[in-house]
Ligand binder design. Structure first.
Ligand code: SF4
Length: 332
């Protein structure tokens, strides 16, 4: 396929996305299987969609690992799982002062959203009380949006978080339904979907994303994008596996940067108006091509991830400035 022909094809996909039409599975696969020479026209087409909904704005989110390690689940990618031998910090839920200090740090980094993330299958009532208490104070004293990621929620818990003022709840689908049992056996894909649905019921904004690079096929990546379209997730964190020694997926390798860009373009076409965030594994998978990711994505995590280091904040701010993009504060 000549470059001109490819340009036409990719712009037809952006037109479809802007018209609210869904891509076909074949079109989705064509994006993932595009020649690397077509990545720039592909990103340009994705940028047309991104620009329509978000202009050149970039939202920043910051995570705090509010409870680390000690998790009874067996997620194959996670260094905090019961089956991981990776050396990670282990601590119970951070106290309120530490959660508030994290929120102030998020503001200093120009992050509009502060994500409180706790390891575990789901929160105990005591942990929920602590999170609720901290969230109320952050809401009263800082102009931050708050996202909670505490695992599977039991009856009544989503309601309490919503009442406390949590804007958004994250619970990732992670991978395709078919691939799920090869990644995690201690809970199911359907339980994850149920929690996202519960969150929506109580008026919190649903955030749900994926981890690319866990043995899934291209067909399954397309299915994941359609599953999130179906779930109507407002925010989609796009993680690229950072294989951690000591985890079951330690030998999974990295996603080539060009492939990661194609995946981001695909999600922009299939979930055109949604916040697409380049999340964990950005630095190790996209490497020097990180800036190109923002032609499809409109959001980044800044600072460290749960158990791995991110790049320093000044590099992220410079990247956005060099692209001629601007940081968007206080958006959800
Ligand atoms: Fe536990 Fe969450 Fe890690 Fe799974 S991803 S092992 S539920 S901390």
């Amino acid at each position: 396929m000549s470059t001109n022909a490819a340009k036409l094809e990719w712009s037809a996909l952006s037109q479809k996305a802007l018209n609210g039409e869904s891509l076909t599975v074949e079109e989705g696969l064509a994006v993932l299987e595009a020649d690397n020479d077509e990545v720039l026209p592909l990103m340009q087409a994705a940028f047309q969609v991104r620009k329509h909904f978000y202009g050149k704005k970039v939202k920043l989110n910051m995570i705090i690992n509010a409870k680390s390690g000690l998790c009874p689940e067996d997620c194959g990618y996670c260094s905090q799982s019961i089956v991981s031998t990776a050396p990670v910090q282990k601590y119970t839920l951070l106290d309120k002062d530490t959660l508030l200090a994290g929120a102030r740090e998020a503001m200093a980094r120009k992050a509009g959203t502060y994500c409180i993330v706790a390891a575990g299958k789901g929160p105990t009532e005591k942990e929920l009380d602590q999170v609720v208490d901290a969230v109320k104070e952050i809401r009263d004293t800082m102009p931050l949006k708050i996202c909670a990621c505490l695992g599977i929620l039991k009856d009544g818990q989503a309601e309490r978080l919503a009442e406390a003022g949590v804007h958004r709840y994250n619970h990732n689908l992670n991978t395709s339904k078919a691939n799920y049992p090869s990644i995690t056996t201690t809970h199911t894909y359907d339980q994850r979907v149920e929690t996202v649905e519960k969150v929506k019921t109580y008026g919190m904004s649903p955030c749900s994303g994926v981890i690319i690079g866990m043995g899934e096929t291209n067909q399954e990546i397309v299915e994941m994008a359609f599953a999130l379209r179906e779930l109507d997730a407002d925010s989609i964190p796009m993680n690229f596996l950072n294989a951690i020694p000591g985890t079951p997926l330690e030998n999974a390798g990295r996603t080539p940067a060009m492939k990661a860009l194609k995946v981001l373009a695909l999600f922009r076409f299939i979930c055109p108006s949604k916040e697409i965030r380049v999340a964990g594994g950005r630095e190790v998978n996209l490497r020097t091509l990180q800036p190109l990711s923002l032609y499809a994505a409109n959001s980044l995590f800044v600072g460290d991830y749960l158990t791995t280091a991110g790049q320093d904040i000044s590099s992220d701010h410079l990247m956005i400035e060099d692209l001629g993009f601007e940081i968007e504060l206080n958006a959800l």
